[in-house]
Design a protein around this ligand. Sequence first.
Ligand code: CU
Length: 139
Amino acid sequence: MKTKSIGTIAIFLFIAFTVQAANKSEKIKVNGQCDMCKNRIETAVKSLDGVASAQWNKSDKSLAVSYDDKKTTTQKIQTSIAMAGHDTEMFSAGESGYNELPACCQYKRDGNRKKNNHHGATESVYKKVEKSGACCDNK
Ligand SMILES: [Cu+2]
């Protein structure tokens, strides 16, 4: 009986730990076109520390992402996507990043897409963006 309850506690602790590893789930609008986009978007998101899963849906252009909000933020996630050339609901990809996409991936951009607002991102992300130049030509 005692060993059984210890086992139960261990399982609960394990679940609690697993849940903590990804304590936040979100759906984010991400513009894209095809399976190559899907791959590019998901790879960009999964490369971030703290992201547990990322799945982009081609038909409704939404990204389902779960992550640990102590390690990453929706801003970081969306900056990473914008740097890969895809507009998100928060940040837009730079012209050069967009133009570098293969022709099949050049999705229709919204006329009201936001400009340059990734500069509100954290210092380290900003430096990375600045270095690559990918997002900074949208003035
Ligand atoms: Cu594509």
